[in-house]
Structure formats: structure tokens, C-alpha cells
Write a protein that binds this ligand. Structure first.
Ligand code: CP
Ligand code: NVA
Length: 331
């Protein structure tokens, strides 16, 4: 914490926690978050209100577009009794009109938690270092940990033992692939990465993949899909890579998740995508709209997983473990 911590909005008496990467969680914390998310989801479905964050405010700094991240955070704060403020790419001039450090210190005087979606991961790390309130990574070029929380919740709802799963990520070794490597480290499932040559993760993440007891890199998507339980894909052209569109469409040919490719996986394998999807590029209509697809469950689970995350960050003192489920005091 920096020296002005005492005047910030944070109510925690101990060092604040951020959620910049999945690997800052312990396995127990991850499963605690998933159990809490499942409980919040069930309460919502039964019409039970849970306004645990009454009077709390989330600032959302977006330097890239968003549908799911923005709506799920904003709706989540509203359902928890709090409030969210959207700050779009042209609004605060992060790092241009004002230094990241100054934005972090100002926001910390008004709001209780900050979410940022940006390009360079270092910007998110700097913001977290300078802010005296928790900072959540809502996607950088390196990682997308909020997406993984929702994805792991989607698996947790379907499979009794996540460690027993064989999961393949097909596509670009970019932010989602890196986050899957972090998830595999934490959970212990088998992770295969099927990327075109030249689109593997960077050296650090490749080394982390190689260190996994069951981590595999392949350049052959059919080989990657062999007998898997879960197939995951993402855009061939991520936000910020638009100038490379033509080259990427050429280089990723053969990595499309189609009905034919799906035949290599287990019959009941599920197909996941963080969305937005580029139908006819990384995935066909037939697959994304087909019986194996769980993409809308993933999108819905962004809401429930992030509500659990917000509670964990803002009311850690009220999260008490009790026999595998989580109780939250309302005061
Ligand atoms: N998956 C995801 O983060 O979606 P948005 O880019 O729409 O927020
Ligand atoms: N890899 C994609 C994910 C979008 C949610 C991107 O960064 O644009």
C-alpha cells in the first residue's frame, strides 16, 4: 500500500488484493470463488436479492471495446446493491492526458474498486501498484483472468473433477491461451495448445506450458483434439491486431473449429469460446450453434463469477468458509 492508504475508500484493514492474473489465487481461493459464484447464481435464479455491496462503487476503465465485460460488471454491481461507472477510451486519456499513477490515486479517493481493460499488461500492473483500492484485470494483451473465472465456473457446473479433464485451446497463443496456462497450473487438468507455427505463446508462457505435468504444444489441430473433453477457441485477430487481418486469416487456415474437426474429440466434448466469435473464421455456425456449444453459458457466467470476485475483493472479512460453501454477512 502507498502512504495515502488511510484516506482511500478501501475498507479493508489489511493489504488490499488485486485480480490482475489468475495465478495470484491459491487453488483453495479459486474453488471458494467458484462455490460462491454458484451460490449467487442459484440465489438470483430463485429471486433472492443479495445487496452485499450497497454504497460501493466500481470504476471501469475501457481502452478497448466490450459487450460482455462491461455489461456483466455493471449488472453485477447493480445486483449487489452497488454502482458502476463506465470510462470509455476517449474519456480519461489514461497515460496521455494524465499519468497512470495519477489516475490510480484519484480514482482511489472516490471509488472502492477499479476494473481496467487495456493493451499493455504493464499498464494494468502499474494501475494496481498505484491504486489503494483493488484493481481487476478486465483483459490485457497478456491475460484475461475474468474470462477464465467464468470458464472454470462453466466447467465446475458440468464436471465432477476438473483435474481429470483434457482441454485443448485451438488458435492464437495470445491472452486467452496464456490464461488457460495459468488455469492449468492452478487446477491441474491436461492442457493442449494447438497453434499455427509462429503463433505460439511467448517464451515465458511456453516455458510454463512445458513445465506442466500434462501440458502439450502441437501445430496439428486434429492431433490436439484427439479424445478431449473440452475444445476452446478465440479470435484469430484480437483487438489491436487488425492490421494483421489478412496474414492471420491465411496462417490460421486449418485451425477452424468445424463439424469435421470436432469428430476427433470425445462425442460429448463441449465447445467453448470467450466471444465475440467471428463466424466462418475460427468457428463455423454449425458448431457454435450446435449441441456441443456452451458459449452462452460462459457469457452468462461472467456475471456470476465476477460478482463472487467483487465480494471476495471488497468484503474479504465477511467471507467465511463453512463446510465447502461460503457465507457472507450482509453488514
Ligand atoms: N469475452 C469478452 O471479454 O467479451 P467482451 O470483449 O465483449 O467484453
Ligand atoms: N483475444 C481476444 C479476446 C476477446 C475477449 C482479444 O483480445 O481481442
Amino acid at each position: 500500500m502507498t502512504s495515502n492508504a488511510g484516506t482511500a475508500r478501501s475498507t479493508s484493514s489489511t493489504t488490499k488484493r488485486d485480480f490482475v492474473e489468475l495465478s495470484t489465487l491459491t487453488r483453495e481461493e479459486l474453488y471458494g470463488l467458484l462455490a460462491l459464484a454458484a451460490r449467487l447464481k442459484s440465489e438470483l435464479k430463485h429471486g433472492l436479492e443479495h445487496p452485499y455491496l450497497r454504497g460501493k462503487t466500481l470504476a471501469m476503465v475501457f481502452q478497448k471495446p466490450s459487450l460482455r465485460t462491461r455489461i456483466s460488471f455493471e449488472t453485477g454491481m447493480a445486483q449487489l446493491g452497488g454502482h458502476a461507472i463506465y470510462l470509455g477510451p476517449s474519456e480519461i486519456g489514461l497515460g496521455e492526458r494524465e499519468a497512470v499513477k495519477d489516475v490510480a490515486r484519484n480514482l482511489s479517493r472516490w471509488v472502492d474498486v477499479i476494473m481496467i481493460r487495456t493493451f499493455a499488461h504493464a499498464t494494468c500492473v502499474n494501475l494496481a501498484r498505484e491504486a489503494t483500492v483493488p484493481v481487476i484485470n478486465g483483459l490485457t494483451d497478456l491475460l484475461h483472468p475474468c474470462q477464465l473465472l467464468a470458464d472454470l465456473l462453466t466447467l465446475y457446473e458440468r464436471f465432477a473433477d476438473l483435474r481429470a479433464l483434457k482441454i485443448v485451446f485451438v488458435g492464437d497463443g495470445f491472452n486467452l491461451a496464456n490464461s488457460w496456462i495459468e488455469a492449468a497450473e492452478l487446477v491441474g487438468f491436461e492442457l493442449r495448445l494447438a497453434c499455427p507455427a509462429g503463433y505460439e505463446p511467448g517464451p515465458d508462457f511456453l516455458e510454463r506450458l512445458n513445465r506442466l505435468p500434462r501440458g502439450v504444444l502441437t501445430h496439428d489441430p486434429a492431433d490436439g483434439l484427439k479424445d478431449v473433453d473440452v475444445i476452446y477457441t478465440d479470435a484469430w485477430v484480437s483487438m489491436g491486431q487488425e492490421a494483421q487481418t489478412q496474414a492471420r486469416r491465411r496462417d490460421f487456415r486449418g485451425f477452424q473449429i468445424s463439424g469435421d474437426l470436432l469428430k476427433h474429440a470425445k462425442d460429448r466434448a463441449i465447445v467453448m469460446h470467450c466471444l465475440p466469435a467471428h463466424r466462418g473464421e475460427e468457428i463455423t455456425d454449425e458448431v457454435i450453434d450446435g449441441p456441443n456449444s456452451v458459449v452462452l453459458d460462459q457469457a452468462e457466467n461472467r456475471l456470476h463469477a465476477q460478482k463472487a470476485l467483487l465480494l471476495w475483493l471488497l468484503k474479504p472479512q465477511t467471507l467465511a468458509r463453512s463446510g465447502g460453501s461460503h457465507n457472507i454477512a450482509t453488514t
